[in-house]
Design a protein. Structure first.
Lengths: 289, 224
């Protein structure tokens, strides 16, 4: 191993061809799930009253235009086709990039009425990951084009690391913003309790026995608030510390299940926790390394 | 010359409190960030290793640097996102908007959030921001919602699917961000007609383990 190799070995967790192929499949499946559950062509066909407040710079930046549902439908179909190619590992270099470019247009269309960019609509991580996958050897395994090629593990690790990092940033940036705007005061029992109380008031379907139990137990609310901050602060470790990967990913699934049950928030990136499964046992160094 | 965007324009597309005043910040910089990402990716060879490939090293550094900058600064460089889930605290008092329908007897009935698909109901509610928009604009949007609601209710009466998102995957379709309210799934308890919509501002107060509504103001209504 050269000295340069050693430096990158320290910075980039190792991964193998099977794990990278798994990441490719998860990214493609999640993006397909979102695309097949939405209707960008239908949004294009909506009347002017929906479009009147869309900022001109948004239209320019994402090439958005009302009244062209046929074109949007064709792009939607093309995105699905490209993602299917990525899913089966066929010419990922081309179709990964093309899928990402089409999603760059379609995702903002699906977030037309939002006050922010489409980061929470479920296609942000997929878009970035497709570009990364397009220049990685993600077809070496679990693909119709794969010839079982074997490369040094460093050829795979960087792509897996980048994709996991982009996902982990969801929590890092959310908690950073919360601490910067509210501070550690956020981790008070009132944070969780008032949140649940107002959501129960606004949405009767959230007025459940589970929520009633939570608000009646202040200590539990405190634990949930502190636990949320801790989980979000430390989730980034799942990218770099193999032994923490699965426990943190499992905690993430539990965390979002809790959010769904208490506040009714779904998380379109939930399948991305599967990105943290290592299929090659990369955490074990072999003797020849 | 710097082109300034009208500050009076609606704030859609901008993070609240992080208004971006120039074309440079709102179009050119984010577009360049994404274009740079794609171009650098295309320079990386399949099977390259960081120790031996300068383009790959540049690409890795670029992704880490741009994503960290966007996230920590709050700058809009989407798809490099400034993730901001629940970056606020809920105090002891507050308010929210509520949209209800009126049936032919004048009784208030909840709406089925699926009727606005392909738009998400929560996003549309965000658009009915009466604190920053004039009522005429809000009424225009409400008339559109009323029409969609009436069409959705007609579908429910005919036993057809309400909404678009489940058209391909059925119950396995990706859920919308905030819980969908689907009272019209129950065909036995459908309102006959929705003739009017009312938009309320609801003010609440939390005291200990309870929250209650202290005031409810009618903002506007549309319909015959």
């Amino acid at each position: 191993m050269t000295s340069a190799d050693r430096i990158y070995e320290l910075c980039i967790p190792r991964s193998g061809p099977l794990t990278l192929a798994w990441v490719r499949i998860i990214i493609a499946l999640q993006a397909l799930w979102i695309l097949l559950s939405r209707d960008p062509a239908g949004i294009s066909a909506l009347p002017d009253v929906v479009w009147q407040d869309v900022l001109p710079e948004w239209k320019l930046r994402f090439a958005l235009s009302p009244g062209i549902p046929q074109i949007e439908f064709a792009l939607w179909l093309f995105a699905i086709f490209s993602l299917l190619c990525v899913l089966i590992g066929y010419k990922t270099r081309i179709f990964g990039l093309l899928a990402a470019l089409v999603l760059y247009h379609l995702a903002p269309l699906m977030a037309l009425m939002n006050v922010t960019t489409p980061w929470g609509k479920g296609l942000t991580i997929a878009l970035l990951s497709l570009v990364i996958l397009s220049c990685s050897p993600c077809e070496d395994r679990l693909s119709i084009a794969g010839r079982g090629e074997s490369r040094p593990h460093q050829a795979y690790g960087w792509a897996v690391m980048l994709i996991r990092l982009l996902f982990a940033q969801i929590y890092l940036f959310s908690v950073a913003a919360r601490l910067s705007r509210v501070g550690f005061d956020w981790a008070k029992l009132e944070t969780v309790r008032n949140h649940i109380l107002v959501f129960r008031l606004a949405e009767p379907s959230l007025d459940t026995a589970f929520n009633a139990f939570l608000v009646a137990h202040p200590m539990l609310c405190s634990v949930l608030a502190i636990g949320t901050l801790c989980f979000e602060l430390f989730f980034i470790l799942a990218v770099f510390v193999p032994i923490l990967r699965l426990p943190l990913a499992a905690s993430g699934v539990l965390f979002h299940t809790g959010l769904w049950l208490t506040l009714g928030f779904s998380f379109p990136n939930l399948p991305h926790f599967a990105l943290f499964i290592d299929l090659n046992g990369e955490q074990r160094r072999s003797k020849d390394d | 010359m710097r082109l300034l965007i009208d500050y009076r324009a609606p704030i859609r597309g901008r993070e609240r409190g992080l208004v971006m005043p120039t074309i440079y910040l709102s179009i050119i910089l984010p577009t360049l960030a994404f274009a740079g990402f794609v171009v650098l990716a295309s320079l990386v060879g399949k099977g390259d290793r960081p120790a031996f490939s300068a383009p790959l090293r540049v690409f890795i550094c670029y992704v880490v640097a741009v994503s960290m900058y966007a996230g920590l600064s709050g700058r809009d460089l989407w798809p490099f996102a400034a993730w901001r889930y629940v970056a606020y605290a809920v105090g002891d008092t507050g308010g929210f908007t509520k949209l209800v329908g009126l049936d032919e007897t004048g009784r208030e009935v909840p709406l089925d959030t699926r009727t606005l698909e392909p738009l998400e109901f929560a996003a549309v509610m965000g658009d009915l921001d009466w604190t920053t928009k004039d009522i005429a604009r809000i009424n225009g949007m409400m008339r559109f919602i009323l029409k969609r609601t009436q069409e959705g209710l007609a579908h429910a009466h005919e036993g057809r699917r309400v909404g678009e998102f489940s058209r391909l995957l059925g119950r396995f379709a990706a859920p919308v961000f905030h819980v969908a309210v689907t009272p019209w799934s129950d065909r036995d308890h459908l309102p006959n007609r929705i003739e009017q919509l009312r938009l309320y501002a609801v003010y609440w107060q939390a005291t200990g383990e309870e929250a209650h509504i202290v005031k409810q103001e009618l903002i506007t209504s549309v319909g015959p």
